[in-house]
Design a protein around this ligand. Structure first.
Ligand SMILES: [Zn+2]
Length: 364
Protein backbone atom coordinates (compact mmCIF):
# COMPACT_ATOMS: atom_id res chain seq x y z
CA UNK A 1 0.00 0.00 0.00
CA UNK A 2 1.25 3.48 -0.86
CA UNK A 3 0.28 6.83 0.59
CA UNK A 4 1.43 10.12 -0.88
CA UNK A 5 2.35 12.58 1.89
CA UNK A 6 3.75 15.87 0.57
CA UNK A 7 3.80 17.24 -2.97
CA UNK A 8 6.25 19.79 -4.36
CA UNK A 9 4.44 22.76 -5.86
CA UNK A 10 6.80 23.46 -8.78
CA UNK A 11 7.49 19.88 -9.95
CA UNK A 12 5.87 16.45 -9.71
CA UNK A 13 8.19 15.44 -6.86
CA UNK A 14 6.40 13.92 -3.88
CA UNK A 15 7.09 12.10 -0.63
CA UNK A 16 5.19 9.02 0.42
CA UNK A 17 5.09 5.95 2.62
CA UNK A 18 5.12 2.47 1.18
CA UNK A 19 3.80 -0.17 3.59
CA UNK A 20 5.01 -3.73 3.15
CA UNK A 21 4.84 -6.97 5.15
CA UNK A 22 8.34 -6.15 6.49
CA UNK A 23 7.80 -2.53 7.44
CA UNK A 24 7.41 0.90 5.93
CA UNK A 25 9.60 2.72 3.44
CA UNK A 26 9.76 6.49 3.15
CA UNK A 27 9.93 7.64 -0.46
CA UNK A 28 11.70 8.82 -2.55
CA UNK A 29 13.94 5.89 -1.66
CA UNK A 30 17.12 4.28 -2.95
CA UNK A 31 17.36 0.48 -2.81
CA UNK A 32 20.89 -0.96 -2.99
CA UNK A 33 21.19 -3.84 -5.43
CA UNK A 34 21.76 -7.29 -3.95
CA UNK A 35 21.63 -9.18 -7.25
CA UNK A 36 22.54 -12.62 -5.92
CA UNK A 37 21.39 -12.07 -2.33
CA UNK A 38 24.17 -9.75 -1.22
CA UNK A 39 25.13 -6.14 -1.67
CA UNK A 40 28.66 -6.99 -2.74
CA UNK A 41 31.23 -6.74 0.09
CA UNK A 42 28.64 -5.55 2.68
CA UNK A 43 26.80 -7.47 5.41
CA UNK A 44 23.45 -6.74 7.00
CA UNK A 45 24.94 -4.76 9.89
CA UNK A 46 26.72 -2.45 7.41
CA UNK A 47 23.42 -1.89 5.61
CA UNK A 48 21.44 -1.35 8.79
CA UNK A 49 24.09 1.07 10.03
CA UNK A 50 23.72 3.05 6.82
CA UNK A 51 19.96 3.29 7.30
CA UNK A 52 19.14 1.29 4.18
CA UNK A 53 15.34 0.99 4.00
CA UNK A 54 15.11 -1.95 1.60
CA UNK A 55 17.02 -4.07 -0.92
CA UNK A 56 16.36 -5.36 -4.40
CA UNK A 57 17.37 -8.91 -5.33
CA UNK A 58 17.30 -10.54 -8.76
CA UNK A 59 14.86 -13.46 -8.88
CA UNK A 60 16.28 -14.80 -12.16
CA UNK A 61 19.86 -14.93 -10.88
CA UNK A 62 18.81 -16.94 -7.82
CA UNK A 63 16.51 -19.25 -9.81
CA UNK A 64 19.13 -20.11 -12.42
CA UNK A 65 21.39 -21.76 -9.83
CA UNK A 66 18.54 -23.40 -7.89
CA UNK A 67 16.39 -22.19 -5.01
CA UNK A 68 16.88 -25.11 -2.59
CA UNK A 69 19.18 -23.27 -0.18
CA UNK A 70 16.88 -20.27 0.07
CA UNK A 71 13.80 -22.42 0.55
CA UNK A 72 15.50 -24.62 3.15
CA UNK A 73 16.09 -21.57 5.33
CA UNK A 74 12.53 -20.31 4.98
CA UNK A 75 12.88 -17.62 2.31
CA UNK A 76 15.05 -14.71 1.39
CA UNK A 77 14.62 -12.65 4.58
CA UNK A 78 16.00 -15.35 6.87
CA UNK A 79 18.50 -16.59 4.24
CA UNK A 80 20.05 -13.11 3.92
CA UNK A 81 19.37 -12.17 7.56
CA UNK A 82 17.54 -9.03 6.40
CA UNK A 83 14.26 -8.23 8.09
CA UNK A 84 13.40 -5.04 6.24
CA UNK A 85 11.57 -4.92 2.88
CA UNK A 86 12.95 -6.88 -0.07
CA UNK A 87 12.02 -6.25 -3.68
CA UNK A 88 12.67 -8.98 -6.24
CA UNK A 89 13.25 -7.95 -9.83
CA UNK A 90 12.11 -10.42 -12.47
CA UNK A 91 15.31 -10.51 -14.50
CA UNK A 92 13.79 -9.33 -17.79
CA UNK A 93 16.61 -6.80 -18.01
CA UNK A 94 19.16 -9.63 -18.28
CA UNK A 95 18.43 -10.07 -21.97
CA UNK A 96 20.23 -6.89 -22.85
CA UNK A 97 23.17 -7.68 -20.60
CA UNK A 98 23.99 -10.67 -22.79
CA UNK A 99 25.16 -12.61 -19.71
CA UNK A 100 22.94 -15.44 -20.86
CA UNK A 101 22.10 -16.71 -24.32
CA UNK A 102 18.30 -16.22 -24.40
CA UNK A 103 15.73 -16.95 -27.05
CA UNK A 104 12.54 -14.95 -26.59
CA UNK A 105 9.33 -16.86 -27.30
CA UNK A 106 5.73 -16.07 -26.42
CA UNK A 107 6.07 -18.65 -23.64
CA UNK A 108 9.02 -16.86 -22.00
CA UNK A 109 12.82 -16.78 -22.18
CA UNK A 110 14.30 -20.08 -23.37
CA UNK A 111 17.90 -20.72 -22.41
CA UNK A 112 20.41 -23.41 -21.57
CA UNK A 113 20.80 -24.15 -17.88
CA UNK A 114 24.31 -23.23 -16.64
CA UNK A 115 23.96 -26.09 -14.13
CA UNK A 116 23.28 -29.09 -16.40
CA UNK A 117 23.05 -27.70 -19.94
CA UNK A 118 19.39 -28.64 -20.36
CA UNK A 119 16.95 -26.35 -22.17
CA UNK A 120 14.88 -24.41 -19.63
CA UNK A 121 12.14 -21.79 -19.89
CA UNK A 122 11.80 -18.76 -17.65
CA UNK A 123 8.14 -17.86 -18.19
CA UNK A 124 5.94 -15.30 -16.40
CA UNK A 125 4.48 -18.20 -14.40
CA UNK A 126 7.93 -19.52 -13.40
CA UNK A 127 8.97 -15.97 -12.48
CA UNK A 128 5.97 -15.58 -10.15
CA UNK A 129 6.64 -18.99 -8.58
CA UNK A 130 10.22 -17.85 -7.90
CA UNK A 131 9.04 -14.60 -6.28
CA UNK A 132 6.72 -16.66 -4.10
CA UNK A 133 9.47 -19.11 -3.09
CA UNK A 134 11.74 -16.18 -2.20
CA UNK A 135 9.03 -14.55 -0.08
CA UNK A 136 9.89 -10.98 -1.10
CA UNK A 137 7.60 -8.04 -0.32
CA UNK A 138 7.46 -6.39 -3.74
CA UNK A 139 7.79 -8.37 -6.97
CA UNK A 140 8.17 -7.34 -10.58
CA UNK A 141 6.45 -8.98 -13.54
CA UNK A 142 8.60 -10.54 -16.24
CA UNK A 143 9.08 -7.95 -18.97
CA UNK A 144 10.79 -7.90 -22.34
CA UNK A 145 13.36 -5.09 -22.28
CA UNK A 146 14.80 -4.43 -25.77
CA UNK A 147 18.21 -2.78 -26.18
CA UNK A 148 18.52 0.87 -27.23
CA UNK A 149 18.21 1.39 -31.01
CA UNK A 150 15.98 -1.68 -31.47
CA UNK A 151 13.81 -1.66 -34.62
CA UNK A 152 10.21 -0.47 -34.38
CA UNK A 153 9.09 -4.03 -35.02
CA UNK A 154 11.16 -5.25 -32.08
CA UNK A 155 9.86 -2.44 -29.86
CA UNK A 156 6.23 -3.17 -30.79
CA UNK A 157 6.76 -6.87 -30.06
CA UNK A 158 8.29 -5.99 -26.70
CA UNK A 159 5.31 -3.82 -25.69
CA UNK A 160 2.79 -6.51 -26.76
CA UNK A 161 4.72 -9.24 -24.97
CA UNK A 162 5.28 -7.16 -21.83
CA UNK A 163 1.52 -6.49 -21.55
CA UNK A 164 0.66 -10.15 -22.18
CA UNK A 165 3.25 -11.38 -19.66
CA UNK A 166 2.13 -8.77 -17.09
CA UNK A 167 -1.45 -10.07 -17.37
CA UNK A 168 -0.23 -13.66 -16.84
CA UNK A 169 1.81 -12.55 -13.80
CA UNK A 170 -1.13 -10.64 -12.30
CA UNK A 171 -3.23 -13.80 -12.54
CA UNK A 172 -0.73 -15.47 -10.19
CA UNK A 173 -0.61 -12.68 -7.60
CA UNK A 174 -0.34 -14.09 -4.05
CA UNK A 175 -1.42 -12.43 -0.80
CA UNK A 176 1.33 -10.59 1.06
CA UNK A 177 3.30 -9.85 -2.10
CA UNK A 178 2.80 -6.70 -4.12
CA UNK A 179 3.14 -6.96 -7.90
CA UNK A 180 4.61 -4.14 -9.97
CA UNK A 181 4.41 -4.01 -13.77
CA UNK A 182 7.24 -2.56 -15.88
CA UNK A 183 6.41 -0.06 -18.63
CA UNK A 184 8.52 -0.38 -21.78
CA UNK A 185 8.37 1.25 -25.23
CA UNK A 186 11.99 2.18 -25.98
CA UNK A 187 12.30 5.87 -26.81
CA UNK A 188 9.20 5.95 -29.03
CA UNK A 189 6.62 8.20 -27.37
CA UNK A 190 3.57 6.43 -28.81
CA UNK A 191 4.82 3.00 -27.69
CA UNK A 192 5.81 4.42 -24.28
CA UNK A 193 2.27 5.77 -23.88
CA UNK A 194 0.63 2.53 -25.08
CA UNK A 195 2.69 0.33 -22.78
CA UNK A 196 1.86 2.50 -19.73
CA UNK A 197 -1.86 2.70 -20.59
CA UNK A 198 -2.21 -1.06 -21.20
CA UNK A 199 -0.49 -1.90 -17.92
CA UNK A 200 -2.54 0.70 -16.02
CA UNK A 201 -5.73 -0.96 -17.26
CA UNK A 202 -4.67 -4.30 -15.78
CA UNK A 203 -4.13 -2.53 -12.42
CA UNK A 204 -0.99 -3.29 -10.47
CA UNK A 205 0.16 -2.34 -6.97
CA UNK A 206 2.91 -0.20 -8.47
CA UNK A 207 4.69 0.48 -11.74
CA UNK A 208 8.28 0.32 -12.84
CA UNK A 209 9.60 2.36 -15.74
CA UNK A 210 12.11 0.15 -17.54
CA UNK A 211 14.31 0.24 -20.61
CA UNK A 212 15.82 3.68 -19.90
CA UNK A 213 19.35 4.80 -19.07
CA UNK A 214 20.65 2.05 -21.35
CA UNK A 215 22.68 4.23 -23.71
CA UNK A 216 20.08 6.66 -25.07
CA UNK A 217 20.84 10.42 -25.04
CA UNK A 218 19.68 12.25 -21.92
CA UNK A 219 16.93 14.25 -23.65
CA UNK A 220 15.42 11.05 -25.08
CA UNK A 221 15.53 9.43 -21.66
CA UNK A 222 13.73 12.38 -20.06
CA UNK A 223 11.06 12.69 -22.74
CA UNK A 224 10.40 8.92 -22.60
CA UNK A 225 10.16 9.03 -18.82
CA UNK A 226 7.71 11.93 -18.97
CA UNK A 227 5.42 10.01 -21.32
CA UNK A 228 5.53 6.85 -19.19
CA UNK A 229 4.85 8.64 -15.90
CA UNK A 230 2.04 10.83 -17.26
CA UNK A 231 0.29 7.70 -18.60
CA UNK A 232 0.53 5.75 -15.32
CA UNK A 233 -1.85 6.16 -12.34
CA UNK A 234 -0.72 9.15 -10.27
CA UNK A 235 -1.49 7.58 -6.89
CA UNK A 236 0.54 4.39 -7.40
CA UNK A 237 4.24 4.08 -6.45
CA UNK A 238 6.61 4.34 -9.38
CA UNK A 239 9.97 2.64 -9.57
CA UNK A 240 12.76 3.85 -11.83
CA UNK A 241 14.60 0.71 -12.80
CA UNK A 242 18.40 0.81 -12.72
CA UNK A 243 18.98 4.55 -12.33
CA UNK A 244 21.29 5.90 -9.61
CA UNK A 245 23.42 8.81 -10.84
CA UNK A 246 22.51 12.08 -9.06
CA UNK A 247 21.51 14.01 -12.20
CA UNK A 248 19.20 11.24 -13.45
CA UNK A 249 17.79 10.61 -9.97
CA UNK A 250 16.88 14.27 -9.44
CA UNK A 251 15.39 14.57 -12.94
CA UNK A 252 13.32 11.42 -12.36
CA UNK A 253 12.09 12.56 -8.94
CA UNK A 254 11.00 15.89 -10.42
CA UNK A 255 8.93 13.81 -12.85
CA UNK A 256 7.19 11.94 -10.02
CA UNK A 257 9.32 8.82 -9.54
CA UNK A 258 9.39 7.36 -6.01
CA UNK A 259 11.70 4.32 -5.87
CA UNK A 260 15.16 3.77 -7.34
CA UNK A 261 17.62 0.93 -7.53
CA UNK A 262 21.06 0.86 -9.05
CA UNK A 263 24.39 -0.90 -8.70
CA UNK A 264 25.99 2.49 -9.46
CA UNK A 265 27.43 3.31 -5.98
CA UNK A 266 28.73 -0.18 -5.20
CA UNK A 267 29.94 -1.15 -8.68
CA UNK A 268 31.82 2.12 -9.00
CA UNK A 269 33.30 1.61 -5.55
CA UNK A 270 34.79 -1.71 -6.63
CA UNK A 271 36.42 0.10 -9.55
CA UNK A 272 37.93 2.72 -7.26
CA UNK A 273 35.49 5.56 -7.94
CA UNK A 274 34.20 7.46 -4.96
CA UNK A 275 31.69 10.28 -4.68
CA UNK A 276 31.48 13.46 -2.70
CA UNK A 277 29.13 16.41 -3.00
CA UNK A 278 31.61 17.80 -5.56
CA UNK A 279 31.50 14.89 -8.00
CA UNK A 280 33.33 11.63 -8.61
CA UNK A 281 36.99 10.86 -8.04
CA UNK A 282 39.45 8.03 -8.67
CA UNK A 283 40.92 6.83 -5.35
CA UNK A 284 43.89 5.31 -7.22
CA UNK A 285 45.20 8.74 -8.26
CA UNK A 286 48.58 9.35 -6.63
CA UNK A 287 47.45 12.74 -5.31
CA UNK A 288 45.35 10.96 -2.67
CA UNK A 289 48.40 9.25 -1.13
CA UNK A 290 49.02 12.10 1.29
CA UNK A 291 45.46 13.26 2.02
CA UNK A 292 44.88 12.98 5.75
CA UNK A 293 41.26 14.12 5.56
CA UNK A 294 38.41 11.64 5.08
CA UNK A 295 36.91 10.88 1.65
CA UNK A 296 33.91 13.17 1.88
CA UNK A 297 33.85 16.58 3.58
CA UNK A 298 30.99 16.44 6.06
CA UNK A 299 30.28 12.74 5.40
CA UNK A 300 29.40 10.88 8.58
CA UNK A 301 29.79 7.34 7.28
CA UNK A 302 31.81 4.75 9.20
CA UNK A 303 34.72 5.17 6.79
CA UNK A 304 34.90 8.95 6.97
CA UNK A 305 34.62 8.86 10.76
CA UNK A 306 37.56 6.46 11.07
CA UNK A 307 39.94 6.53 8.11
CA UNK A 308 41.95 8.98 6.04
CA UNK A 309 41.70 9.14 2.25
CA UNK A 310 45.38 8.22 2.25
CA UNK A 311 44.63 4.88 3.97
CA UNK A 312 41.85 3.97 1.53
CA UNK A 313 44.15 4.93 -1.37
CA UNK A 314 46.82 2.62 0.06
CA UNK A 315 44.34 -0.28 0.36
CA UNK A 316 43.33 0.14 -3.27
CA UNK A 317 46.91 0.29 -4.51
CA UNK A 318 47.58 -2.95 -2.63
CA UNK A 319 44.31 -4.49 -3.88
CA UNK A 320 43.34 -5.22 -0.27
CA UNK A 321 39.79 -6.54 0.00
CA UNK A 322 38.90 -4.04 2.70
CA UNK A 323 39.24 -1.29 0.09
CA UNK A 324 36.13 -2.46 -1.79
CA UNK A 325 34.06 -2.63 1.39
CA UNK A 326 35.10 0.80 2.62
CA UNK A 327 34.42 2.57 -0.66
CA UNK A 328 31.08 0.75 -1.01
CA UNK A 329 30.01 1.98 2.44
CA UNK A 330 31.03 5.56 1.66
CA UNK A 331 29.39 5.65 -1.79
CA UNK A 332 26.14 4.19 -0.49
CA UNK A 333 26.07 6.77 2.27
CA UNK A 334 26.49 9.56 -0.30
CA UNK A 335 23.50 8.29 -2.30
CA UNK A 336 21.38 7.70 0.82
CA UNK A 337 22.21 11.22 2.04
CA UNK A 338 21.10 12.60 -1.34
CA UNK A 339 17.72 10.85 -0.94
CA UNK A 340 17.36 12.06 2.66
CA UNK A 341 18.03 15.60 1.43
CA UNK A 342 15.47 15.16 -1.34
CA UNK A 343 12.78 13.99 1.09
CA UNK A 344 13.47 16.90 3.42
CA UNK A 345 13.44 19.42 0.56
CA UNK A 346 10.06 18.18 -0.70
CA UNK A 347 8.63 18.42 2.82
CA UNK A 348 9.85 22.01 2.99
CA UNK A 349 8.68 22.71 -0.56
CA UNK A 350 12.22 23.54 -1.67
CA UNK A 351 12.94 20.61 -3.99
CA UNK A 352 13.81 22.65 -7.11
CA UNK A 353 16.31 24.80 -5.20
CA UNK A 354 17.80 21.72 -3.54
CA UNK A 355 18.21 19.95 -6.92
CA UNK A 356 19.73 23.01 -8.59
CA UNK A 357 22.20 23.59 -5.78
CA UNK A 358 23.18 19.92 -5.63
CA UNK A 359 23.83 19.73 -9.37
CA UNK A 360 25.69 23.04 -9.51
CA UNK A 361 28.21 21.62 -7.02
CA UNK A 362 28.31 18.06 -8.41
CA UNK A 363 30.42 17.80 -11.56
CA UNK A 364 30.64 14.45 -13.37
ZN1 LIG B 1 31.97 8.77 3.94
Amino acid sequence: MFQIREKDEKTKARTGVLSTAHGEIETPVFLPVATKGTVKTLDFSDLEGLGVQGLIVNAFHLWIKGLDSVQNTGGLHSFMRWDRPIFTDSGGFQIIRKDFDFKITEEGFVLKSPVDGKKITYSPEVCMDVHSALGSDVTFVLDDCPPYRSSMERLRGSVDRTTDWARRCKAMRRGGQEVYAIAQGGTDSELRRRSAVELSEIEFDGYGVGGLSIGEPRDEMISSLEVSVSSLPEKKPKHMMGVGSPAEVLESISNGMDIFDSAFPTRNARHGTFYTGKGKFDIKKSGFAKVKEPLGPGCECFVCRNYSTSYVHHLFKEKEMLAYRLLSIHNLKMVLDLFAGVRMSIKENKFSTFAEEYLSEFTT
